[in-house]
Design a protein around this ligand. Sequence first.
Ligand SMILES: Cc1cc2nc3c(=O)[nH]c(=O)nc-3n(C[C@H](O)[C@H](O)[C@H](O)COP(=O)(O)OP(=O)(O)OC[C@H]3O[C@@H](n4cnc5c(N)ncnc54)[C@H](O)[C@@H]3O)c2cc1C
Length: 186
Amino acid sequence: MLDSAEASERGKATGRVWKGGVFSPTDGTADPSRAAPAVARAIVKLGGAVVQNCAARGIETEAGKLSAVVTERGTIRTKIAILAGGAWASSFCRQHGIRFPQASIRSSILSVAAGDGDLPDALHTARVSVTRRGDGGSTLAISGRGRVDLTPQTMRFAGQFLPMFMRRWRSLSPGGSRAFGVGMRA
Ligand SMILES: Cc1cc2nc3c(=O)[nH]c(=O)nc-3n(C[C@H](O)[C@H](O)[C@H](O)COP(=O)(O)OP(=O)(O)OC[C@H]3O[C@@H](n4cnc5c(N)ncnc54)[C@H](O)[C@@H]3O)c2cc1C
């Protein structure tokens, strides 16, 4: 536990006086570039298979239940599948008549190489968010500059997400057609 002086010293990059804080140097960081291969190796070790660069195109059903996942490289017969398509999850569901309300916000992030610049280990302000990566570099995200692109999905779920957009209007601005351009057309 940090008192005001300690927290303000540790967070001096914010330029603010803090009432207190918590510093937890033993907390872990899940670096996707290392975590994802480790998970893949563990799956293979346990007898599973990992197929990369292969899009799931759709699913097949029998008697109303899942019977297969159709992929670019063939069909996998299965009764269980987990959809983890991130920003694409809603449009994937839609082609199967499943309504999955989702709002996609476009934002920017930079990958800074180790040794480039004098960035703190961690910094989270209203404007930027800096996190140190496992390789010594940093991930620098620009806060409060989210763009809401106009897509059929944005329109479809506008009623559900408008109240949240309005609460956070300082961090958001209307986007353009970029999401539509990269395929968010359903
Ligand atoms: C700029 C930015 C900064 C962020 N910063 C933070 C942060 O500091 N802290 C935080 O907690 N979160 C942050 N987030 C949010 C975080 O990255 C996401 O919430 C998280 O990655 C979502 O995880 P997911 O597994 O649902 O989707 P994703 O990580 O997006 O994974 C979905 C995967 O599915 C794949 N896929 C999609 N469709 C198909 C298909 N048909 N077939 C096969 N594969 C498919 C995609 O290629 C992708 O690899 C940030 C996001 C952005 C954009």
